[in-house]
Design a protein around this ligand. Structure first.
Ligand SMILES: C[S@@+](CC[C@H](N)C(=O)[O-])C[C@H]1O[C@@H](n2cnc3c(N)ncnc32)[C@H](O)[C@@H]1O
Length: 234
């Protein structure tokens, strides 16, 4: 697929792309999901079962929508992203969380410093999922919760066709009109980076997560995976 970068250049490509589309990112999200992303984000935060006083990391926070959803429920929210442009947009919103520029593959956070981690629509942008999940396990307290929101493919064959037309034809067209053609072609094509459910669960389990559960939202067009960091052995 033309819009996918070569392996070695993916991180730089993704960072530059999000820098570029950051001013239009929120508008595109609302338009392309018909505002439903707000409901999915609420579900992701609810899956964390946050208690007042908890510390939560919004990993690859972008413009901070998930952090914003969590801020009223928890004492301390950190949003982390490697795109300066996305963080600039997040800062403009005055969400009231700490915003840090950093890489999900090497989190600048101490071991067992978080009660919960959420990440929205970022999995397919990471270059090494196993390493990201190991980092999440390191910074989470034992028993800490994780929630991963991502696109998925509906199981119903007819819906899958409708979804493909929307995701691979209409979405890049909307992106071209409103934001950036190449970026939104990439965002559609990048689903090839997503492992299937069993592989994703295996990577999470290997990293130290248990009690994994997948919820299908919008007839399976979106997935919400939640789980718990296992207690340390020995
Ligand atoms: C599709 S956006 C999602 C933003 C936000 N989580 C949301 O739900 O709208 C993906 C985000 O992942 C960030 N990202 C991708 N790879 C990253 C990495 N290795 N470290 C930190 N952020 C990363 C991008 O900069 C971008 O802001």
């Amino acid at each position: 697929m033309r819009t996918l970068p070569s392996d070695g250049s993916k991180a730089a490509f993704v960072e530059a792309m999000f820098d570029r589309i950051s001013p239009r990112y929120d508008l595109m999200n609302r338009l392309m999901t018909f505002g439903m992303d707000r409901v999915w984000r609420r579900r992701a935060i609810e899956a964390l079962g946050l208690k007042p006083g908890a510390a939560m990391l919004d990993l690859a926070c972008g413009t901070g929508d998930l952090a914003n959803e969590a801020i009223a429920r928890v004492a301390f929210v950190v949003g982390l992203d490697f795109s300066d442009g996305m963080l600039r947009e997040a800062r403009r919103r005055n969400i009231g969380c700490a915003l840090v520029r950093g890489d999900a593959l090497a989190l600048p956070l101490a071991r067992a410093s978080c009660d919960a981690i959420v990440t929205g629509f970022a999995l397919r942008n990471f270059t090494d999922l196993a390493r990201v999940f190991l980092e999440c396990a390191r910074v989470l307290k034992p028993g800490g919760r994780i929630a991963l929101l991502e696109v998925d493919s509906p199981r119903n064959a007819l819906l899958r066709v409708v979804y493909r037309v929307y995701f691979h034809a209409l979405l890049p067209l909307l992106g071209r009109l409103i934001a950036d053609r190449r970026a939104y072609s990439y965002l559609s094509s990048s689903v090839v980076y997503l492992p299937c459910e069993s592989s994703l669960f295996e990577i999470l389990q290997t990293a130290g997560f248990e009690n994994l559960r997948k919820q299908r939202l919008l007839h399976g067009a979106v997935q919400l995976i939640s789980g718990r960091r296992a207690a340390d052995q020995g």
